[in-house]
Structures are given as C-alpha cells and as structure tokens.
Design a protein around this ligand. Structure first.
Ligand code: NDP
Length: 310
C-alpha cells in the first residue's frame, strides 16, 4: 500500500496552505481535493478581504493561485474524495472513493463546511447572481440595495445587522413566529429601522431576469390564514446554518454538538496523535478564508514537529 508522510484531505484555503508549508518542509504532501475542488470560495464572486489583493480577487483565481503555489513546491494534488478512515493505529489507513487505500503517517483534515440551502431550484439558478450564503463575503455588493436574509438564529441576525450597514433595507425571513437568536441579537434586529422581520414566512421561489430581483414568500403556510406575496430584492442570503464535512471522521474524533471537529488547546491537534483538523471543519466561530489558511499553516507545522519527534 502506498505510504504517505502527510496526507491532506480537502482543497480549500486550509488544505492548500497546509500543502504549501508541508511541501516546503519536505513532507511530500498529497492532497485529495474532495467533491468541490477549491472549496467554498469557488462559489463566491470577488474576494475583497483576503490580505494581499488590494483590488480584490475572484474566488476561483485565489484558489488557483494557492493550488499553483502548493504545486510549485511539489505537492501531489489528486482528484478524489475520502470515504473512510481507520485511525486505530498509525500509519492511518484512508480509503478513497475509487476504492484505493493509502497509509498516512500524518493526516490534515481540511474538508470545510457546507452552507445549508433551502433546496430550491432557484437557489441554483441564481447562484453567484444574487444568491449567497455569506454576508461578510458578498454584502459589499449590495450597498444601497434591498436584500433578504433567511434564518432566525444568531448567524442570521448577525448577517442582517451587518447588511443593514450597507443595504438600504433588509428583510429577515423567519419561518417561526419567534427568533432563536440570543436576546441581545434579537433586540438589535428588532430595534433596527432598516430591518423588517417577516415572521412565520418561508421563501418558495426567486424571480428575476438573469439575476435575483424578487422573492416569493408564503406566510402561515398550510393554515387558514395562509398568504402569498412577493417582495423586490437584489440579494438573497441564506443563514440557516452550516454543516461541517466531518461525518467520515465522526467514529474516531470528538465532534461538538453541531458536528465540528474538536481540537486541543487552540491548536489544530485532535485527540489522535498525528491527525490534525484545520479550517472550517473545526471552526464554528470565524469561518473566514484567512483564518482557514492560518490554521492550515499551523496544522502543517504541527505535522512536521510530530514527525520529527517520532
Ligand atoms: P442555528 O441552528 O442557531 O439557526 C438556524 C436558523 O435557521 C434557525 O432560525 C432555523 O429555524 C433556521 N432554519 C433552518 N433550516 C431552515 C429552513 N429550511 N428554512 C427556514 N429556516 C431554517 O444556526 P446559526 O448558524 O445561526 O448558529 C449556529 C450556532 O452558532 C448557534 O449555537 C449560535 O448561537 C452560534 N453563533 C453564535 C454567534 C455569536 O455568539 N456571536 C454568532 C453566530 C452563531 P428554526 O428556529 O425554526 O429552527
């Protein structure tokens, strides 16, 4: 069986940054790209908050640059998704979706998280053209425009507050008649004159010619008081939670109640020696490209130290 010194699972900013550091440390890293090569950033338009790009950079270009940089130092980047791991003893066994298996002395898990979507066909139709799951990434494009945020948790409230600083109006679409968010966030949202909360509402469609221009809403669906209406919007933001891509590792690692991999003492170390978690799969809090990249760097340094100590 092929033996790999440093196996990196996932190809977002965390995975590629880990690869750059591991390759420069002569660990001959192998990256399995996963289902979405380049990760979540490939679904955003322009990234304006990644340091080093004063004019912004497209998500695709940024990820291609990171990939090229990783390859420059000899990273072996492979197409494939990890379907199963055995962390019972080192070297760890990792199975790929083509049926092959490899052995790895160290594993860096950087499989990211996926934003949850409602599941509407229109979300796909308008992807990158008005539909977004990240207000911090894309809010800037909606200055003085009208946007909607779906969700009633802390993320939705934070995103609505953030967008209210840019947009002329924000609809917060909440399926229940109450907000799940913390009291302080509820108070902020409810007292913000730019935010109109649509309680008891679900969005069932989007309209627009080539880009989002409106949303179709149903209030009190399935009851006698059901009512349907449309609102004109320019941007549609999902904030109904993220799902970390950690299912494959759940048997071996500790996950928190939302499914994020738990790491030790503020490092990317997991409870299994030589297995590290970096980026969004282990970060319910910041979820930024730059923080993911930083944790990928830390994971590679930890992997190098671990191998040196062996
Ligand atoms: P949550 O799970 O807390 O909230 C998700 C929200 O989306 C809920 O209001 C839920 O509705 C709604 N929702 C889920 N699915 C659908 C759907 N299909 N259609 C319509 N609405 C839907 O996720 P968050 O991302 O907001 O927060 C995750 C965790 O992170 C929480 O513990 C939160 O407190 C924490 N957090 C903390 C922050 C802070 O402290 N500053 C900032 C952001 C998050 P319903 O209520 O009906 O289930």
């Amino acid at each position: 069986m092929e033996r790999i010194k440093c196996l990196i699972i996932g190809s977002g900013p965390a995975g590629y940054t880990a690869a750059i550091y591991a390759a420069r440390a002569t660990l001959s890293p192998v990256v399995y790209e996963g289902l979405q090569p380049g990760g979540q950033l490939t679904t955003t338009s322009t990234v304006e908050n990644f340091p080093g790009y004063p004019d912004g950079v497209s998500g695709d270009d940024l990820m291609n640059d990171l990939r090229t940089q990783a390859e420059r130092f000899g990273t072996d980047i492979r197409y494939g998704t990890v379907t199963e791991v055995d962390f019972s003893k080192a070297p760890y066994i990792v199975r790929i979706d083509d049926g092959s298996e490899v052995e790895a002395d160290t594993v860096i898990i950087s499989t990211g998280a996926s934003a949850k979507y409602l599941g509407l066909d229109d979300e796909k139709k308008y992807a990158g053209r008005g539909v977004s799951a990240c207000a911090t990434c894309d809010g800037f494009f909606y200055r003085k425009k009208v946007v909607a945020v779906v969700g009633g948790g802390d993320t939705a409230c934070e995103e609505a507050m953030y967008l209210s600083g840019l947009a002329s109006k924000v609809y917060l679409v909440v399926r229940k008649t109450w907000l799940r968010a913390s009291q302080i966030m509820q108070d902020r949202v409810l007292n913000n004159p730019k935010i109109e909360v649509l309680f008891g509402c679900n969005v069932f469609g989007l309209t627009g010619d080539g880009k989002v221009q409106g949303m179709k809403v149903v209030r009190n669906a399935g009851t006698d008081s059901e009512e349907r209406f449309e609102r004109e919007i320019d941007g549609f933001f999902l904030a109904i939670g993220h799902k970390p891509n950690a299912d494959v590792f759940a048997k071996w690692l500790d996950l928190d109640e939302s499914g994020y991999i738990m790491t030790l003492d503020g490092t990317p170390k997991t409870k299994i020696p030589g297995v590290f978690a970096a980026g969004d799969v282990a970060d319910p809090r910041y979820r930024q490209a730059i923080t993911a990249a930083a944790s990928g760097c830390k994971a590679a340094i930890e992997a190098e130290r671990y191998l040196n100590e062996l």
